[in-house]
Design a protein around this ligand. Sequence first.
Ligand SMILES: [Zn+2]
Length: 243
Amino acid sequence: MADLEPVDEQWQRGLCVVAHPDDLEFGAAAAIARWTDQGKHLTYVMVTSGEAGIDAMTPDECRRVREAEQIESARIVGVDAVEFLGLPDGILEYGLPLRAAICRTIRVHRPEVVITANFRDTWGGRALNQADHIAAGRAVLDAARDAGNRWIFADQLTDGLEPWGGVRQVLASGSPEAEHAVDTTATFDRGVASLKAHRAYIDGLGWEFDPEEFLEGFSRPAGARLGVPFAAPFEVYSLAFGG
Ligand SMILES: [Zn+2]
């Protein structure tokens, strides 16, 4: 049942844009480790700092802890640059301010590929997705096109910032509609370590959570569908005309 296709890896610059610290570690991090091993350059952009994510911690304290955990998670998979856009956690709204903020970061970083997390209504079956993920992912897809149009968010084009129409694909990790995947067999362990770096968040869940077991639970079936031991599934949105 090898019915997933390998993700196209003929690119050099990737930008990862997600709603929260930990969103990349719940599925994409092992693929990112593979890509940095290939010499690709990746940057992480967190739309919020996940400051509403730990019940027993005030948002100000939580922001500091979670930003530090995210920077360490990124380091483990070979990513040195992590940016935080500072939008409010838990109450993100799809709309022009969110599109503009993401458009700006795409114009600054000029990626060929933008990686985000699943923004479908569910993770498959009845496992509901979360509102910030849906808003952020949808805005990433739109901002990837906005970035190339000099007449959209034109006020951003000062101090040498130019439109960037070079995004060829948006990859949404963990989508239930995924038809592509990345072989993560060699980098699975770094993906686990990267998720474990979110220690305060995992401790704050209030239930027993084993990062390795969780990541194995979806990486093995995705691997079977790609014909390898472990894989990370991605839904691929092509931005090329006719692509
Ligand atoms: Zn999240």
